[in-house]
Design a protein around this ligand. Structure first.
Ligand code: 1HN
Length: 349
């Protein structure tokens, strides 16, 4: 039997369409789901499989011509959207010896997580930092930035890092601006290397510093320090049954996350660790810093090793098994969830 008024209702829908109106009651359940219903899927990029394509890109286009030579990591369920989750962008960037990626600035904030190679630098707002594998480096919103690879100690090699940006968030708000600087060249360096770290990286700050900026004044967090901290904590400290030993990167001037839109973390899973499942509303991108193991993500199992990247969509259960000692870098949109009071987490038994 046909629903009462079915034809008349359909006629109403057809009649209001030219007025750019549509009935809520037909879409209410989808608009306000009982729990997150992300279109994103878990996905995994094995570094060994994708590196050859990155090197091929290195033969086909220069960093200068490309402006940024990046292969974007797209969520398989979001083709063409340059998004790894609905709010996050991720890509693998290659810079070859002798190349520069010219100076520009944009509203989008960026993080770099160095995956491979030595001899590259990035300059942010007049200060240069040398990039080493495992370093977490920030390009704050609207700061001039350029990269280069000059080699180091006579060694010249390709340098690859993972870029994480809030591009989909800025697009959502239609709030993006961008500018090119310095006629396609590098910016002028105005402060010595290490000066930000000297001012803010020793649990100290310049005596009259009172600015509580949105982004950490430490723009480069060296892996040597992060690794040392995690290993010190492994001695005698309790390991969380879900996440092992996990630290968040913070802005030392505020205690908050290092970036306003992106949270960043590094965690250590002791050899033999088998974690319990947990989930949270912030979709998260992981990059393996050291070690190998298995990530159980929703119904998928990713057998990971160093430099692999994978994504855990919102509200998808995740757990980790560590075959060797594992170190995982990760980033998510958690600061936004927290600021808006909508972060939810669940630790499953
Ligand atoms: C960008 O500026 C960089 O500076 C990397 O290295 C990736 C993706 C979209 C827009 C700007 C960079 C980017 C980007």
């Amino acid at each position: 039997m046909q629903r009462p008024h079915a034809d008349a209702r359909q006629k109403l829908y057809d009649d209001i369409r030219p007025q750019h109106m549509t009935p809520l009651w037909e879409v209410l359940h989808a608009l306000v789901p009982a729990q997150p219903a992300t279109p994103c899927v878990p996905a995994f990029w094995r570094y060994q499989d994708v590196r050859p394509y990155l090197m091929q890109a290195g033969e086909l286009i220069t960093a200068e011509e490309a402006v940024r030579r990046v292969l974007i990591l797209e969520n398989p369920a979001l083709p063409g959207q340059s998004a790894i989750t609905r709010s996050l962008y991720a890509g693998l960037q290659l810079i070859l010896p002798g190349e520069i990626a010219p100076s520009h600035r944009h509203v989008q904030s960026a993080l770099r997580f160095v995956i491979e190679g030595k001899g590259a630098y990035t300059t942010v707002a007049g200060e240069r930092t040398t990039m080493y594998p495992g370093d977490f480096i920030i390009t704050p919103s609207w700061t001039w930035h350029d990269h280069g690879n000059e080699g180091m100690d006579g060694v010249t090699e390709p340098v690859v890092w993972l870029d994480g940006l809030d591009i989909p968030m800025v697009r959502f708000f239609d709030a993006g601006f961008a500018e090119n600087g310095n006629a396609g060249k590098s910016q002028t360096v105005s402060r010595p290397e290490g000066s930000s770290y000297a001012r803010f990286g020793a649990n100290m700050a310049p005596v009259r510093h009172d600015r509580k900026g949105l982004t950490s004044p430490i723009f480069s967090y060296p892996y040597s320090r992060t690794r040392e901290a995690l290993h010190a904590l492994m001695q005698g400290c309790e390991t969380d049954a879900w996440e092992g030993i996990k630290l968040k990167y913070i802005n030392p001037a505020t205690g908050g996350y290092a970036m306003p839109t992106l949270a960043t973390f590094m965690q250590l899973l002791p050899k033999g660790f088998t974690g319990k499942r947990h989930r949270s509303t912030d979709g998260t991108v992981y990059c393996v810093t050291e070690g190998s193991g298995i990530a159980h993500v929703g119904g998928e199992q990713f057998s990971f090793g160093p430099r692999d990247v994978f994504v855990v969509p919102s509200w998808t259960p995740v757990s980790f098994d560590a075959h060797q000692e594992v170190v995982l870098f990760s980033f998510s949109d958690r600061p936004v969830h927290e600021a808006l009071g909508m972060l939810r987490e669940e630790f499953l038994e």
